[in-house]
Design a protein around this ligand. Structure first.
Ligand code: LLP
Length: 421
């Protein structure tokens, strides 16, 4: 079951709520609209897939850090994956169990690591200097730190280079030739460090589970080697990265179950606990960016639909050339012509587009137009470029009510930065 669907009346719905009705009841500006039940369903798919395994689902907060969404995922039993001190603070604020939290990153700061050590979250080791800082953080805080070694498995994730991380030239993780150095360093610091496991993350938007299998197979070999040296390690963290059906072609993509099933025997045969770090596959498809059509124009041979949303609210098409499905909210007027349009925002540069070459019926001014799969890496990557203030967020709840889950930023919010001047 998916939350956004077009009903026989021709209107787009989010669960049982007409998106057009939401448009008419809220402020007239771009907004994000989520389905809370869809978030639950996405998490349940992981929970069911993981049955019979000792596991932690660490939601990658970078994908979407709305506090209400975090609290909901935490209530469902989720852990959290953090990549900054502020993400760590927010996860704690949302009530996540530190034992289900993992602090990742190639540039973690000492002061951030001190909080991680105090709170008792898992910390992934990314480099020699990172290990130094973790040891220092342990001494400052007086806590032994549970660490995972982030090993680069050299597996090509076959995705856009900006979201590939598990291959040779990536800035993330440690090279396997250096593994022994790290093991010796851990042995030399028994009071500061407890080696709990090994971690890898290949990249994002991966649509073939064989890739996860290949990486997990490499990782369990390392775990075997590490155990052979007397370390009592029992966590395998295979990172995040499962892709979703951005194209809405109905193509069958691997599910959480496919992902878990492909690594299950590697994990159970060694009595390991499995950690996974999904971001996109938990949250992307639960949300649309809802825009209003400002107007339609033609330049030379190109047709444009100009909307009030833009690369400021949703940068993935501009940054990665990403495709996100676009459709109109309400049934078109019967006489509206179908044409090929670029859907663009008002931002003053040509990188500002939400979709290129889309076949759509010519919309009326003011019509609602949605960009799908906007739950992951859209609001969390939004900017205030051109002083477009970050949009409000709403969700549809189980009982069909619509609730605001984040205020839209305002011009007054912006002026507050200058109040002391
Ligand atoms: N774990 C680690 C260590 C990661 O670096 C990431 C994402 C995840 C988990 C979650 O990956 P996911 O399940 O969401 O694919 N801004 C880009 C995506 C960047 C992903 C960065 N790392 C985009 O909009 O496509």
């Amino acid at each position: 079951k998916h939350c956004f669907k077009r009903s026989s009346d021709g209107f787009l719905y989010c669960e049982d709520v007409k998106v057009q009705d939401v448009i008419e009841s809220v402020e007239k500006r771009p907004f994000y609209l989520y389905s809370k039940p869809q978030i639950t369903r996405n998490f349940e798919a992981y929970r069911e897939a993981l049955e019979g395994l000792n596991s932690i689902v660490g939601y990658a907060i970078k994908a979407n850090n709305n506090l209400k969404i975090l609290e909901h995922l935490r209530e469902l039993g989720c852990g959290a994956v953090l990549v900054s001190g502020n993400e760590l603070r927010l996860a704690l604020r949302a009530g996540f169990d530190p034992k289900k939290c993992i602090f990742n990153g190639n540039g973690k700061l000492l002061e951030e690591l001190v909080i991680a050590a105090q709170e008792g979250v898992f910390v992934n080791v990314d480099s020699e200097f990172d290990l130094d800082n973790i040891i220092a953080a342990s001494r400052i805080s007086g806590h032994r730190v549970n660490i995972l070694l982030r090993i680069n498995p050299d597996v090509d994730p076959q995705v856009h280079p900006y979201v590939a991380t598990g291959n040779k030239n990536s800035k993330f993780g440690i090279r396997n030739e250096k593994l022994q150095w790290f093991l010796d360093a851990v042995k030399a610091h028994p009071n500061e460090l407890k080696l709990a496991g090994a971690h890898c993350h290949l990249g994002s938007t991966i649509t073939k589970v064989d890739i996860f299998r290949d990486a997990a197979a490499v990782m369990v070999k390392y775990i075997d080697e590490i155990r052979a040296q007397g370390f009592d390690i029992d966590y395998l963290n295979i990172g995040g990265g499962l892709g979703i059906d951005y194209y809405h072609t109905g193509a069958v993509l691997p599910s959480p179950r496919d992902l878990i099933d492909t690594v299950r025997d590697l994990v159970t045969s060694r009595g390991l606990n499995l950690i996974i770090e999904p971001g996109r596959s938990l949250i992307a498809n639960t949300c649309c960016l809802v825009n209003h059509v400002t107007g339609v124009k033609t330049n030379g041979t190109k047709n444009f639909i100009v909307v009030d949303g833009s690369m400021a609210e949703l940068i993935r098409p501009s940054l990665y050339g990403a495709y996100q499905h676009i459709e109109l909210v309400s049934p078109a007027q019967p006489d509206a012509e179908i044409s090929t349009f670029d859907v663009v925002g008002p931002v003053c540069e040509s990188a500002d587009f939400l979709g290129k070459d889309r076949e759509l019926r010519t919309p009326a001014r003011g019509a609602g137009l949605v960009v799908h799969d906007a739950g992951a890496y859209c609001m969390s990557m939004a900017s205030t470029y051109n002083l477009k203030m970050r949009p409000p967020e709403y969700w549809v709840e189980e009982d069909g009510s619509v609730a605001k889950i984040r205020h839209g930023e305002t011009f007054e919010d912006h002026l507050r930065f200058f109040e002391f001047l």
